[in-house]
Write a new protein. Structure first.
Length: 343
């Protein structure tokens, strides 16, 4: 049993007893041959949930996003990415190092680019300028604090890209959080995108894996790209089984994480030395500005000493992520420890 209230990330969860049973009992086969029935079932369920014709199980969201870039964008072209996006900051420059694609960085509001700026960037340029062939959006936006892309904003951004023949991929690692926050079906939240990658081990509690969704032709190509990147897996139904349980049991309960994050945010807003606007907490992320910023290590040490773990999001930014392994009592404990710090 974990003695800590671990709020560093929603990736630190442990598989539930139901997941462990499903993993132990999973029917498996060689997935490189397309013979693992549990993987096939997971892929079908994920595609239906997100409203795409097909999906492919990949080891990580980083690989899923990279495959999308490789298939949608041309070498030597540009992909529009938001300045604080995961694909730009936290995926080891894979789009450039492996795909030969140049990130065209734009600054967004709450993590989302402006549609008018995207339109300008997508317009045809003189031949000696690299063309834009892909727009990558992130929903929810991690670094911005789990913010949700509004449906109207999404439609405007996709339309701006479409008018210039630019494809659009969604890094939807936590898109099911967005769907729950918007009270919309996930398929509506991702409608219009050429592809979407979402994560099973962020918030949904599975031990590993993501699903990359798209057209039948796109997914067929994605399977080849996955193999080329070393992501071909054999009897991986033991992991896919946990993913099926995650989709069955852990989507609707994301609302509990959001409610706990809001309760934590209200408490944090009243603690001297920490600043945040609780109204900006939309899903399961709570990011507080430490005042002064150099006090961040002291805050982390204070929390750790009393059994609460938090993460960071850059200099002077303290992050808490709620998830299924932190209940109301855990939030109470975190609030108590935060409130006990003096000086």
């Amino acid at each position: 049993m974990n003695a800590f209230v671990d709020l560093r990330s929603d990736t630190v969860t442990r598989p539930s007893p139901a997941m462990r049973r499903a993993m132990a009992e999973a029917e498996v086969g060689d997935d490189v041959y397309g013979e693992d029935p549990t993987v096939a079932s997971l892929q079908e369920e994920a595609a239906v949930l997100l409203g795409f014709p097909a999906s492919v199980f990949v080891p990580s969201g980083t690989m899923g996003n990279l495959i999308a870039v490789l298939l949608h964008a041309r070498r030597g072209s540009e992909a529009i990415v938001e300045a604080n996006s995961h694909v730009y900051n936290s995926e080891l420059a894979g789009m450039s190092a492996i795909g030969g694609v140049i990130p065209r960085v734009v600054r967004g509001d709450r993590g989302f680019p402006d549609a008018d700026e995207v339109e300008v960037l997508c317009r045809e340029k003189p031949y000696n300028y690299a063309p834009v062939t892909l727009l990558v959006l992130e929903n929810t936006h991690n670094h911005a604090g789990g913010t949700v892309l509004a449906m109207s904003e999404k439609d405007a951004l996709i339309a701006a890209a479409r008018r210039h023949g630019v494809r659009v991929h969604l890094d939807g690692a936590r898109v099911l959080n967005a769907a729950v926050a918007l009270s919309r079906p996930a398929a509506e939240v991702v409608s219009g995108f050429d592809s979407c990658c979402f994560c099973l081990s962020k918030g949904l509690g599975a031990p590993a894996g993501s699903l990359l969704c798209g057209s039948e032709a796109f997914v067929a190509e994605a399977r080849v790209a996955r193999k080329r990147l070393g992501g071909g897996m054999r009897q991986v139904g033991v992991l896919a089984a946990a993913g099926r349980v995650a989709l069955r049991d852990n989507v609707s309960r994301l609302a509990d994480d959001h409610a706990r994050a809001r309760r934590l945010a209200v408490a944090v807003a009243g603690i001297p030395g920490l600043r945040l606007d609780p109204a900006g907490v939309e899903t399961n992320m709570v990011i507080a500005e430490v005042d002064p910023p150099e006090a961040l290590p002291a805050w982390l040490a204070h929390l750790e000493a009393d059994g609460v773990r938090a993460g960071t999001m850059g200099p002077g930014r303290l992050r808490f992520a709620t998830h299924l392994d932190v209940d109301d009592a855990g939030i109470d404990r975190a609030i108590a420890v935060l409130s006990s710090r003096r000086g």
